[in-house]
Design a protein around this ligand. Structure first.
Ligand SMILES: C[C@](O)(CO)[C@H](O)COP(=O)(O)OP(=O)(O)OC[C@H]1O[C@@H](n2ccc(N)nc2=O)[C@H](O)[C@@H]1O
Ligand SMILES: Nc1ncnc2c1ncn2[C@@H]1O[C@H](COP(=O)(O)OP(=O)(O)OP(=O)(O)O)[C@@H](O)[C@H]1O
Length: 289
């Protein structure tokens, strides 16, 4: 049986503006996605029966609602394959913090099983399938840092600087749906062109709401802002600051109050999963067991 081992990287939203609200409740937004060199690890083994079996290092995520299982079943339905998969998910990314780990796991699953089951769907079709699972899934299939519009699925590749980030997780869980429905959310940002985007002339519209509603996020913000300009990713609760060197970011991490979790990671404009799938041959990626 062939086994394929692939990473599923985290993302940051370098800014996040909302430009309108659709009748179905979803919002039109503008954001820049960049990947981090911190990732979950997934291993996929093709099986001859159609079952999708998930083993997960986080027991609370080992169920059929996991985006990995939902992605595998969606691809099965779409392609009528008769094979299944045994999938092992090693969670390394914090979840529910705006780093998109669940969405990234789903994207890696679509890419891996498209390859293992030899479905041969194009990246564009896989992105459309991914969008059915969540607005953050397509970027991880696209595989390059991007200026995003629509609900997050219209992507223009860009190459922002790739600094070292200190990411602080204040340990607060924030419901994405609840924040998008917040009565005070700014929903009429003036649209900007991707070529005009700069970090300093943009912001995250969720940031003031999250800092007000979650005092621990405000505390983490007030601490980190002493060291670097910082921002919220997605709807939070993770905050990030950019540094020129890994050493600088690590020195600040060493001073972080122990009640929060934090890590240092490099910003990446190329997703490692897409690089691996593109560059390595099947023989390099798969091992026979
Ligand atoms: C905040 C971001 O992480 C920024 O990248 C994404 O926009 C959210 O992406 P996601 O977690 O994949 O979100 P989904 O699972 O698709 O949607 C969760 C909920 O967020 C709201 N939602 C999400 C995306 C969007 N463009 N408009 C919305 O209003 C909807 O209420 C939806 O029910
Ligand atoms: N493979 C998965 N990994 C993590 N969470 C998952 C997974 N599958 C389903 N979930 C559910 O999705 C929720 C959000 O997880 P995720 O890590 O994608 O959130 P997030 O980092 O806030 O992402 P986003 O920025 O996309 O909102 C989790 O609390 C969990 O209940």
């Amino acid at each position: 049986m062939a086994t394929l081992v692939l990473p599923a990287p985290a993302k940051l939203n370098l800014f996040l503006h909302i430009t309108g609200r659709r009748e179905n409740g979803y919002h039109d937004l503008q954001t820049v996605f960049q990947f981090l060199d911190l990732h979950d690890v997934l291993s996929f083994t093709r099986t001859d029966n159609p079952n999708i079996e998930l083993l997960c290092s986080a027991p609370e995520l080992a169920n059929d609602d996991n985006l990995v299982v939902r992605a595998a079943r969606l691809l099965q339905q779409h392609s009528s394959v008769t094979q299944g998969a045994r999938i092992v998910l090693e969670k390394r990314l914090p979840y529910g913090g705006g780093l998109g780990g669940g969405s990234s796991d789903a994207a890696t699953t679509l890419l891996a099983l498209n390859h293992l089951w030899q479905v041969h769907l194009s990246i564009e079709i896989l992105m459309q399938l991914g969008a059915q699972l969540g607005a953050d899934v397509p970027i991880f299939i696209f595989g390059h840092a991007a200026f995003a519009e629509g609900i997050g699925e219209k992507l223009t590749a860009i190459d922002p600087p790739q600094p070292w980030y200190l990411v602080v997780d204040p340990g607060v869980h924030i419901s994405t749906a609840k924040l998008f429905n917040h009565p005070q959310l700014e929903r009429q940002c003036e649209p900007i062109a991707s070529s005009d985007w700069q970090l300093h002339n943009t912001y995250n519209v969720f940031e003031p709401l999250v800092r007000e509603a979650y005092p621990e996020v405000a505390n983490a913000y007030n601490w980190l802002v002493e060291y670097a300009p910082i921002r919220l990713t997605g709807t939070g609760a993770c905050l990030f600051g950019a540094f020129e060197s890994q050493e600088e970011a690590r020195a600040v991490l060493a001073r972080m109050p122990s009640r929060w979790n934090g890590f240092v990671a490099r910003g990446l404009n190329e997703s490692p999963v897409c690089q691996l799938l593109r560059q390595a041959s099947t023989d390099n990626l798969t091992k026979q067991d």
